[in-house]
Write a protein that binds this ligand. Structure first.
Ligand code: SF4
Length: 390
């Protein structure tokens, strides 16, 4: 078996994240129903690199802690390929095996980008809004039909996934940003969903939203409005929050994300700072897209967040059809930003997000190292085709 140290596994992850993976036709047939056909950063094969051996008892072992998660997009030009030999999974580079300890996770039945309830690893994603009122050029959510599913719709779909998958321990509420007039009802749906699943034993409820008050996005006294909303969602039962800044450079923010630019960088930071006060350190994160702005600007973003004890979450830019002129950054650029960001975070006593659940690192330039291993993450990845298909 290959012996890899942590740095090598992280480099392999970053390369797969950037370059994607090739599948021949036969393998694609075998993987029918396993490949994610989802939002651009969640499409492809969801893999666990190392740590898949069943007979390892000690959950703290070095072997298990060298695991990484990655969603590798399907790219027939990639030098990395995925193959199945005697029912076991292999990753090869230029036809030479580089990882023979591979786990694979799968979506729920018929899950697509339009599904307002979906599973990724051991986390259920609930889109409280399908579509978005935002106009960010790097994002495809605003191209989807605008819908606001009811609690009953959500419950039916979540229960179906739990029936298919078994043990799920957390819910992630996300989706696009709603029309201002819909927000009150959305909060009611959030409240009902949390109350219902809390009774079923789920304890972690993560909520992503743009800085806003209870009524509108732009407010005369944002601090008070942010406080009011954050206290309200905490009282409803939300346990962690994400407020995604995405771009630090103000000119580029205005160019690529006019909706976010109108709210303004200062208000993003104000809302995040207020969120740390209310939810506590370690429970607030903000996404930064690496590759849309110069490296130094991405690092300024990381520092501005780390300074206020927000965990920066680094996502590689994925070219989308609305922005074909911007190239995907190289794996080396992504890796360099990861290393430099870790240094900045250390200086301010924070860590990169996601930091609570290992499988959530699958589409971020983040490591699962130091994240405790849970039974649910183990049970959602399969190391043989037979297990994966059953
Ligand atoms: S506000 Fe968020 S969901 Fe909406 S278009 Fe922008 S990035 Fe996408």
């Amino acid at each position: 078996m290959e012996t890899y140290n942590k740095t090598q596994v992280m480099k392999l992850k970053t390369r797969l994240l950037q370059e994607g993976i090739k599948l021949d036709e036969k393998t694609q047939q075998k993987l029918r129903g396993v490949i994610f056909n989802d939002y651009v950063t969640c499409s492809g094969l969801m893999l666990k690199l190392f740590g898949n051996k069943k007979n390892v008892k000690d959950l703290k072992s070095q072997y298990l802690n060298n695991r990484e998660y990655v969603t590798a997009g399907i790219n027939q030009k990639s030098k990395y390929s995925f193959s199945i030999v005697n029912g076991k999974f292999l990753i090869k580079y230029n036809n030479k095996t580089v990882c023979s300890d591979v786990g694979v996770s799968k979506p729920s039945k018929n899950q697509t980008e339009c599904s307002y309830v979906a599973i990724h690893g051991d986390r259920i994603r609930i889109s409280l809004v399908g579509g978005c009122v935002g106009d960010c050029k790097f994002c495809g959510l605003n191209k989807l039909a605008y819908i606001t599913p009811s609690f009953e719709d959500i419950k039916r779909n979540v229960n179906e996934i739990i029936k298919q998958k078994g043990n799920v321990t957390r819910l992630f509420f996300t989706g696009g940003n709603p029309r201002e007039s819909d927000f009150e009802n959305i909060l009611k749906t959030l409240e009902k969903t949390i109350a219902y699943y809390k009774k079923q034993g789920i304890q972690n409820f993560d909520y992503m939203f743009a800085p806003r008050g209870t009524k509108s996005y732009i407010n005369n006294s944002p601090k008070e409005e942010y406080e009011k909303l954050l206290n309200k969602i905490k009282q409803i039962g939300v346990t962690t929050v994400a407020v995604d800044m995405e771009i630090y450079d103000k000119k580029l923010l205005a160019k690529y994300a006019p909706f976010k630019s109108k709210i303004g960088r200062e208000n993003y930071l104000l809302c995040l700072k207020t969120a740390v006060k209310i939810f506590g350190e370690g429970n607030v994160r903000s996404n930064i897209i690496v590759g849309l702005e110069p490296k130094n600007s991405s690092l300024k973003a990381v520092e501005s967040l780390a300074k206020i004890k927000v965990q920066p979450c680094l996502s590689p830019y994925e070219p989308y059809y609305a922005l074909p002129e911007i190239q995907k950054p190289s794996w080396k650029e992504l890796y360099d930003v990861f290393v430099a960001s870790n240094k900045i975070c250390k200086q301010y006593g924070v860590v990169l997000a996601p930091s609570l659940f290992a499988t959530d690192t699958h589409n971020s330039i983040a490591s699962a190292k130091n994240i405790p291993i849970t039974q649910t993450e183990k049970s959602m990845f399969y190391s043989t085709l037979e297990d994966l298909k059953n």
